[in-house]
Design a binder for this molecule. Structure first.
Ligand code: HAM
Length: 430
């Protein structure tokens, strides 16, 4: 019989205990920072109706990247490639009773059929932070400053990451001011601009030319990539998008977070539902060139589920793969593998097992991570097991110790041996 592979499915990862320690550490930090900022956690199912993504996520995600299938009842379903349609559905279902503005977060695992590469896999976990029910840019600001605070909670500074900000409304208006395009024409240009880092300059120019954009207009678009927010918005001063961008940057300056932020005309976001502010956070290390966060304002998504009411949303997704690359590259991971005291109670045949279990119980009652050795190996083997398992101490109670009532305690880092009355072991390590 041919043996089965031990490899996980392409683009997915196995998490061994040391991997989980790292993940629990960084997700724990994120969870604490978000709870401290009064965001409440929610969750939803891994499987949704495929229509949810076809309606709003945009062609690339819905058609090329979802894992979809038909269930036994003939329903077209997809494994969630993103969380935003799900959270919009949750909000729509209970909008009358929810306390707006809502501040919600979630850490789902998502599936996208992508070519696995550095920073991109087929399964990733994504911290989703969203605010619903606030139409003014205060929510955009809160979301962007939350993203910055999350980075700062890992001791990241302004040399390590940058928030690149643009505005969809501004984009459409400035493109229409330069090229004379209508809404659909501007949307087509946005798709070309969004792809420009993935294709050659020739292909980029060819795609724009095919949309009827002349050489001098392409030069005007080129100039936008290096403009400041004031220079760029001066090209379409009447646009609501310009006003939104200028107000946002003014507030960013007033809050003292402008060192983390930059205006970037090239930020479009591949997802179709964004309507206003859009942003991405980039790692400044050149080897980590994929966006770490992506987000923005989406005014019409909850409206997909409701007849008359609409509730706007603004938020971002922050992936675990790019976060881990970031933390490793910038050396921001402390020693999370040594958790403090960890005690192994060695086992000898001549001592009844219940003597040992009561000792382990008393250690645990005192909050000490502890285990009774499982099995009947010789003491030397038990000691090897303790060292490999990163135990810090071994409690030794054989026939002699049981008789005298005094246990031996071996410290595995100093190799010292001390003694302790058996009935006091519970408190010995505190
Ligand atoms: P997104 O830009 O598709 O946005 O993803 C957000 C982040 O998730 C990316 O910047 C990246 O860190 C991570 N990510 C995405 N795809 C992958 C992948 N294949 N492998 C590893 N990491 C990945 C959204 O999904 C929006 N729904 C976010 C959002 C929330 N917008 C508003 N609220």
């Amino acid at each position: 019989m041919e043996l089965l592979s031990t490899q996980p499915y392409k683009g997915t990862r196995d998490f061994y205990p040391d991997d989980m320690k790292l993940r629990n550490w960084f997700f724990g930090k994120i969870r604490r920072a978000l709870e401290l900022a009064a965001f409440d956690e929610y969750n939803g199912p891994m499987v949704e109706s495929l229509d949810l993504y076809i309606a709003k996520s945009g062609e690339e995600i819905a058609c090329e990247q979802t894992y979809n299938f038909e269930d036994r009842g003939g329903r077209r379903l997809a494994i969630r490639p993103e969380m935003t349609p799900t959270v919009a559905r949750l909000v729509a279902a209970k909008c009358a009773e929810l306390n707006m503005p809502l501040k919600w977060f979630s850490i789902p695992n998502l599936y996208r059929y992508e070519r696995p590469q550095r920073g991109r896999l087929r399964e990733h976990w994504q911290v989703n932070v969203d605010i619903f029910g606030c139409d003014t840019f205060d929510a955009d600001l809160e979301v962007i400053s939350t993203a910055i605070n999350l980075m700062k909670s890992f001791d990241a500074d302004e040399t390590m990451f940058r928030v690149h900000i643009n505005n969809r409304r501004f984009f459409n208006d400035v493109i229409s001011a330069i090229c004379g395009t209508d809404a659909e024409g501007s949307r087509k240009v946005s798709k070309v601009v969004d792809r420009r880092n993935k294709v050659t300059r020739e292909a980029y120019v060819k795609d724009l030319t095919e949309l009827g954009i002349s050489e001098d207009k392409i030069a005007k678009i080129d100039a936008l990539y290096t403009m400041t927010v004031e220079e760029a918005t001066a090209l379409c001063p009447e646009s609501r998008g310009s006003e939104e961008l200028l107000s946002l940057f003014e507030a960013v300056r007033a809050m003292g977070i402008e060192k983390y932020c930059v205006f970037d005309f090239g930020i479009i976001r591949g997802l179709d539902y964004y309507t206003g502010t859009v942003f991405e956070v980039f790692d400044e290390a050149p080897e980590n060139n994929r966006a770490m966060f992506g987000g923005g304002r989406y005014d019409n998504l909850v409206g997909l589920f409701l007849k008359k009411t609409n509730i706007s949303g603004v938020g971002f997704g922050f992936g675990d793969v790019t976060l881990e690359n970031f933390l490793v590259t910038h050396k921001l991971i402390p020693d999370i593998y040594n958790i403090g005291k960890k005690v192994l109670v060695a086992r000898f045949e001549e001592v009844p097992v219940e003597k040992y279990t009561s000792i382990v119980d008393s250690l645990r009652e005192n909050g000490i991570v502890s285990s009774l050795y499982i099995g009947t190996k010789k003491f030397g083997k038990q000691l090897d097991y303790a060292i490999k398992g990163k135990y810090t101490h071994v409690v030794i109670i054989g026939g002699n110790e049981l008789e005298t009532g005094i246990a031996k305690i071996k410290n595995l880092s100093t190799h010292e041996e001390t003694e302790c009355p058996i009935d006091k072991i519970g408190k010995y390590f505190n």
